[in-house]
Write a protein that binds this ligand. Structure first.
Ligand code: NAD
Length: 553
């Protein structure tokens, strides 16, 4: 029986032991598809997150996918092109059940305007990273990443603690919604600006955001009080960041940390220019794209100029992966890239060891399955301070959305060991159902994005997209259940290519074989990618863990 979903009553959360498909592998993928809509931002339009990231091309495609997943045998592969199923073909039981290529446009054509036109004609859709790959788990998907960034900054600048520190950010959408909780978990007083009152209300309802202040004065005095008392808190404020950031700067207030997670990557469907209401923006999306792009870019110029101003006055400022610096530079802010990208600034040493955002979802719908795996992680990785600290914090503070799930930054060997141990728990009936393992596309071998993931790589290989393509081929050869290649759509068109993977721990020996090979090879390629670029940590990891790197020259 599906569980009720208070946020989107028409999209119940899949759960229970009854299968609609012919096996757990197919049922798992069906449940994950249902789950991305149950936790998505606008499921009626199949939109999951990041303004335009969709679960399927359209409702007819969605119905056809559901039918195929329900009826297919284990020795078939469903082929999906930009959210539309195009083939159900005979392969073999060790082949992926689903392969996808979403939103890949050849280089010279990969521009936002071309994408919008192809989308209008119904020929393409953008899968975001995890939306079209049915791997999105709500705001939790990026929460540990955001938390770890804040903690790296705490270590670098504030003696290891953010108590009594003020974080200013914007964007309370699907991914940005993780920020208030991550900031509070890190001990800070965090102010999150969003133009849409419904987004602030949604984050408050699910427990990610504590308060919504009625105006800027109140918000700032709430922050001031919390800072004075060194009390962690999260405050939402409805307003336009392009107005609020400059106003805070004008008042001479300098937050300790400043970032932004509005959908600045998309000037038409994402970012809301200052002075415009949400309805005005919606009205211009079809016929006023040029006007909207110009207005969004002009606002982003003011927004980023204020961020640079805070930086000049001593704040730690970073880009949180939304292309806001790129848009500002196109708008004439020549020094926009004085703001560093979070990956290079704080996380690259982890990625160089293929430590990244691994995740698992309880297909039974039972929270107790995640609690049991939390215990297992604490036991298996008791010497890994980052992971044990995170799991303790997460189980206390992170509310579940949709299928109960957990994210934890694990690396090569660790992911495989955990998944195999979980598969054994499924086999002996210690869990109520199988577990799906996946990861963000923002992972060591899985993403090329020269303004986010691969900015300023040591060897200058920032724009080379061979790595995610190799990853996808390797994962298909390694028996993963679902493998996907995504490129950027909307404002991300031409900026990125990534690979996603899902493998189901169904408690069988065949499941163990799939998990072992796919997870081991995925992180092997991640370490190899960074070793090839000359990162010492990767060479160390290769030496310690015996990864099959072929070193030429
Ligand atoms: P979303 O579309 O669900 O939410 C964006 C939010 O920004 C909305 O709530 C919107 O109301 C708000 N907004 C837009 N313009 C605004 C303005 N001028 N002032 C204040 N609020 C404004 O998007 P999301 O899923 O939360 O993703 C946000 C951005 O982060 C995207 O660019 C996405 O690609 C990026 N992202 C980064 C990472 C990462 O790893 N760092 C991960 C996922 C997404």
């Amino acid at each position: 029986m599906p569980r009720p979903n208070p946020r989107h009553p028409n999209y119940p959360i899949p759960s229970g032991p009854v299968l609609r498909a012919k096996g757990w592998r197919q049922e798992a993928l069906l449940r994950l598809l249902e789950n991305v809509l149950s936790v998505g931002e606008d499921p009626d339009n199949l939109i999951v997150y990041a303004a335009l990231g969709k679960a399927a091309r359209n409702w007819a495609s969605h119905r056809a996918i559901v039918k195929a997943l329900t009826e297919m045998d284990e020795d078939q592969t469903l082929v999906i092109q930009s959210g539309k199923p195009v083939g159900l073909l005979k392969t073999h039981a060790k082949a992926p059940l689903v392969i996808m290529a979403n939103c890949n446009i050849v280089g010279q054509w990969a521009k936002a305007e071309v994408f919008y036109e192809l989308q209008r004609k119904g020929l393409i859709c953008w899968g975001g990273l995890t939306a079209g790959a049915w791997q999105y788990i709500g705001s939790q998907g990026v929460i540990q990443g955001t938390y770890e960034i804040f903690m790296r900054i705490a270590e670098k600048r504030f003696g290891g603690s953010l108590a009594g520190r003020f974080i200013l950010t914007a964007g309370l959408g699907g991914m940005g919604g993780a920020q208030p909780l991550a900031g509070r978990m890190a001990g800070a007083a965090i102010l999150c600006v969003d133009i849409d009152p419904a987004r602030a209300a949604a984050r408050k309802a699910v427990g990610y955001l504590e308060h919504v202040a009625p105006d800027l004065d109140t918000a700032l005095s709430m922050i001031e009080a919390a800072v004075k008392e060194k009390r962690a808190t999260s405050i939402g404020l409805v307003g336009n960041a392009a107005e609020i950031y400059p106003e805070i700067a004008r008042r001479g207030i300098v937050p300790d940390i400043v970032t932004d997670q509005t959908s600045a990557h998309d000037l038409v469907y994402g970012y809301v220019p200052k002075g415009m209401s949400l309805d005005q923006v919606k009205g211009l999306r079809d016929d006023g794209q040029g006007q909207l792009m110009a207005a969004s870019r002009a606002s982003i110029v003011e927004h980023v100029s204020a961020m640079l101003d805070f930086q000049k006055r001593g704040a730690e400022v970073f880009d949180n992966g939304n292309l806001i610096r790129t848009q500002a530079r196109e708008g004439g802010v020549a020094n926009a890239f004085d703001i560093p990208i979070f990956t290079e600034a704080y996380l690259r040493p982890l990625f160089a060891r293929a430590i990244g955002p691994f995740r698992w979802m309880a297909l039974s719908g039972e929270e107790s399955d995640i609690a049991r795996i939390d215990d297992l992680v604490l036991d298996m990785f008791r010497d890994n301070g980052i992971v044990t600290n995170w799991i303790r914090l997460a189980r206390e503070n992170v509310p579940f959305e949709g299928l109960p799930a957990r994210i934890a930054w694990l690396g090569h060997g660790e992911r495989t060991a955990l998944a195999l141990a979980v598969n054994r728990l499924v086999a002996v009936g210690e869990l109520k159902g199988p577990i799906a393992f996946s990861r963000d596309h923002l992972d060591a071998g899985a993403m090329t994005h020269p303004n986010i993931m691969t900015e300023r790589m040591k060897d200058g290989s920032d724009a080379i997209a061979d790595w995610p393509l190799l990853d996808a081929m390797l994962l298909s050869s390694s028996m993963a259940d679902l493998v996907v290649i995504h490129s950027g759509g909307g404002g991300y068109a031409g900026y990125m290519t990534s690979c996603g993977v899902t493998i189901v721990a169904d408690g069988t020996d065949a499941g163990a074989e799939r998990l072992e090979q796919a997870l081991t090879n995925d992180t092997s390629l991640g370490v190899i990618r960074y070793a090839d670029a000359g990162y010492e940590e990767s060479l160390d990891e290769i030496g310690k863990k015996g990864i099959g790197y072929v070193q030429v020259g």
